[in-house]
Write a protein that binds this ligand. Sequence first.
Ligand SMILES: [Zn+2]
Length: 242
Amino acid sequence: MSSKGLLPACLTVAAAAVGLFSLQKIYKKKKCCDHDLHHTVEINLPDWAKEELHSHANKIYKTDEEMMQLAIHLSARNVQEETGGPFGSAIFERNLKTNEAKLISVGVNRVVVLSNCTLHGETVAIQLAQSHLQSFTMRGLNCPMENERRFELFTSCEPCAMCLGATFWSGVSRIVCAATKDDAEAIGFDEGPVFKESYEKLEENGIQVTRLVLQKEAAAVLQDYGRRGVIYNSTHESEAVE
Ligand SMILES: [Zn+2]
């Protein structure tokens, strides 16, 4: 090859190398999102939680403690079964005439298992309750019993910033919490911007707030998970799972 032909040949080889490198980059990028665009999102309970819901559906609840025991039991079982994070919730329909309550939905954390940061125990319970009621709110339902009942959310841990917002819009008339924000943050979870004023806003909107019901029992579940589970939105960067 003459020196005149050497330059174009080198350029061709260089161009081919750049092209190959780019293709590799595209391939690598495609590998981590190598699927069709999804237009539906699956929100589900693990099978054991569906069984819990059915087995408790006809029970009459009378005290905060027995309702909270169910939320904490769900949080502990979610850890044991390795079906999500250490958070459980339950929504009850209270009959205001008898003051008795019945379970209408449960929720457990499904963030890591379903690759969805919005699936906390509270949001799962709210979405399944509203799907059951066929209504985007649990208040102002067009129902003859409307003035005789209300819906209450029991959660094994005080809500994060997202779940406070979801509670605000959900139409529940009461939120009852066990473990505290500090308990969750002690094992590395970031609960986001939650302030004293956030709770005041709930109460201004007619949502009664009750805290620290069986707090020690719920905090023990968090501590157990903290020793072995994934902290998916950690306050400590090195532990965060993306
Ligand atoms: Zn949350």
